[in-house]
Write a protein of this length. Structure first.
Length: 595
């Protein structure tokens, strides 16, 4: 069967005939949805949408956390010939209303009464919105329950059993599949138009790279499905490859869910790996000296093995024997924390520190880092089996062209590039030039092997008043590998020197302070203690001692709380919104540069 649309991916997927195609946790136990149950649910939802008047070319929004019903809504919408509009469930009613209005959505799926209330609050200003379908039961007032929608669809299918397959077959690769709205760190969000062909070319290119992935594997899905990375890598690709998809209960419960589900593969942003790395180092630091020596020996053995992995060479027998011992004594315990069956991690969404990639590689837990944008469906380049280079985002995918502009900006062209921004031709023309090259806004270069190296966001490059250019992300990532740091935002554009806002890891800082008798009634008081500031200044100086003088952080400010999505300071994929943070802490920043 030719795979040209996401509808084709779906029907290809259910042909695997799995007893456990989707997994979700309800009432304290994991429950399975078989391939046949998935097919029935998607077709009933799709036919049900038809009874509501949803037709080819319409838009249907999804406002929900990750769950099986998200997949029902997504695939049911696409098989009806409509396009879906994904909305982060963390958005306020105003944000939800903007997207529903801009996309002219005809219907919206909402996960819960809380999400339904957001829609109800703005519904009077949404003339195109005709239906609200609630995924959880019982349905809130003014909504249609998912069960009722499926019943209507089931009744229609009894009269015309091939209705959904026929309509899915009429969908073409060039048709709009989804609108994904950018985070909108500045200005209003833009709807990225991705066709079925855009999404499928990424899936097929990934499948050609990761041939070791098996249908008997399980993937744990926890990144928001409304984000393009999880949508393609953790949803469409996993469906195509026939894996079981287990939906994590929440980001906070990922460690626990990993133990329960025991996944073979996961997609994540670097923050998860950073936290795992920091926890391991903290545990080792508290171990007896003998265990610390064993750990350091094991990491040394692992690094030598990882060097062979990167070079594609067979390690000598003595090294293989050493690694087997290191694995039994040390690495197996690390792997058990991920469930004991993890075969590979996929990292994207933000730069991964080289040190972390090399640490996991030494432990035999490979992280394949990739790179892309929502506007590129999203993958542009990726490390892959046979070619893994920490510090790079790997080679461009098969159907992807990459070139570097004179100013260092990464440009890309190919069938993965979006159709454009919805109803914003001027904005589209700003990023896609006449030659079809999409300007990514990222700075980087291609190394001698053709691997892409990202140095920073073009708009994030710091240019000091002395004319020196500083790429902040590598420096920030270096600091965040230390257990005492949660977030770091470097400042210094048009300033005399670089400074930084630091969010401490309070789970580590507070015990450290208690051990030293540093009393504080609040976190605000704690970060103002001279001893705490001195501790962080020392850490910053030690961790950046090898940097050029102009790159070094001269002053820091300690913030008393974590950045949050609710305050708009981080995106749903845990990336810091620099402009928001800089504006919110403008007075603090100005204080760092006061004479």
């Amino acid at each position: 069967m030719a795979i040209e649309t996401v509808c084709d991916v779906f029907y290809h997927s259910i042909a695997y005939g799995k007893r456990e195609h989707l997994l979700h946790r309800r009432d304290s136990e994991w429950r399975a949805i078989s391939s046949e149950e998935l097919r029935a649910a998607v077709e009933e939802v799709s036919a049900g949408l038809t009874t509501l008047g949803v037709a080819k070319g319409d838009r249907v929004a999804i406002l929900s956390e990750n769950r099986p019903e998200w997949a029902f809504a997504d695939l049911g919408t696409l098989c009806a010939g409509a396009a879906d509009v994904t909305i982060y469930p963390t958005l306020t009613s105003g944000g939800v209303g903007y997207i529903l209005a801009d996309s002219e959505s005809k219907a919206v799926f909402v996960s819960s009464a809380a999400q339904a209330a957001k829609v109800a609050e703005v519904r009077a200003s949404l003339p195109c919105l005709q239906h609200v379908v609630m995924l959880e039961a019982p349905a809130a007032e003014g909504t249609l329950g998912l069960a009722e929608l499926r019943t209507r669809g089931r009744q229609l299918l009894q009269k015309d059993p091939e209705l959904v397959r026929r309509r899915a077959g009429e969908v073409a690769a060039r048709d709009l599949a989804t609108l994904i709205y950018t985070s909108g760190t500045t200005g209003e969000p833009k709807g990225v138009m991705l066709s079925h062909g855009n999404l499928v070319v990424n899936v097929l290119d990934a499948a050609r790279l990761f041939t070791m992935v098996r249908p008997e594997w399980t993937c744990l899905s926890f990144l928001p499905l409304c984000h393009s990375f999880e949508r393609t890598a953790g949803h469409n690709f996993m469906l195509y490859a026939g894996l079981t998809i287990a939906y994590a209960e929440s980001v906070a419960q990922v460690p626990e869910n990993m133990q329960q589900v025991r996944p073979h593969i996961m997609c994540s942003v670097p923050r998860l790996y950073e936290k795992m790395y920091a926890r391991v180092n903290e545990k080792v630091a508290s171990d007896p000296p003998l265990r610390q020596r064993i750990f350091r020996w094991a990491i040394g053995v692992g690094r030598r093995m990882f060097a062979h992995t990167m070079a594609g060479t067979r390690p000598p027998a003595p090294l293989r024997a050493e690694f087997a011992l290191a694995d039994r004594l040390v690495f197996s315990k690390l792997k058990e924390r991920t469930g004991g069956r993890m075969q590979l991690f996929i990292s994207g969404g933000a730069p991964l520190a080289r040190e972390i990639a090399e640490f996991f590689g030494a432990a035999g837990m490979l992280i394949y880092e990739g790179y892309g944008l929502t506007e590129t469906s999203p993958v542009i380049a990726a490390n892959r089996p046979g070619f893994i280079r920490p510090g790079t985002v790997g080679l461009p995918l098969e159907h992807v062209q990459v070139t570097i502009a004179e100013d260092g900006e990464i440009l890309t062209r190919g069938p993965h590039v979006m159709m454009g921004y919805y109803r914003k031709p001027e904005a589209t023309a700003e990023v896609i030039d006449k030659g079809g090259w999409l300007h990514t806004g990222d700075i980087g270069y291609l190394d001698r092997e053709g691997a892409l190296v990202i140095t920073d966001r073009k708009k994030d490059i710091i240019v000091t008043s002395g004319g020196k250019n500083i790429a902040p992300q590598p420096i920030e990532n270096r600091l965040k590998t230390n257990k005492f740091f949660s977030e770091v935002v470097m400042i210094g554009n048009r300033r005399a020197f670089a400074s930084a806002l630091v969010v401490p890891n309070f789970d580590r800082l507070e015990p450290w302070a208690r051990e030293r008798g540093l009393r504080a009634d609040s976190r605000e008081e704690l970060v103002q203690r001279a001893e705490v500031m001195a501790h962080y200044v020392q850490l910053v100086n030690e961790l950046t001692s090898d940097l050029a003088q102009f790159e070094k952080i001269k002053k820091i400010a300690l913030l008393p709380r974590e950045f949050s999505q609710e305050e708009g300071e981080i995106t749903p994929t845990l990336k810091v919104r620099r402009r928001v943070v800089e504006e919110r802490y403008r007075a603090t920043i100005d204080g760092l540069y006061a004479a």
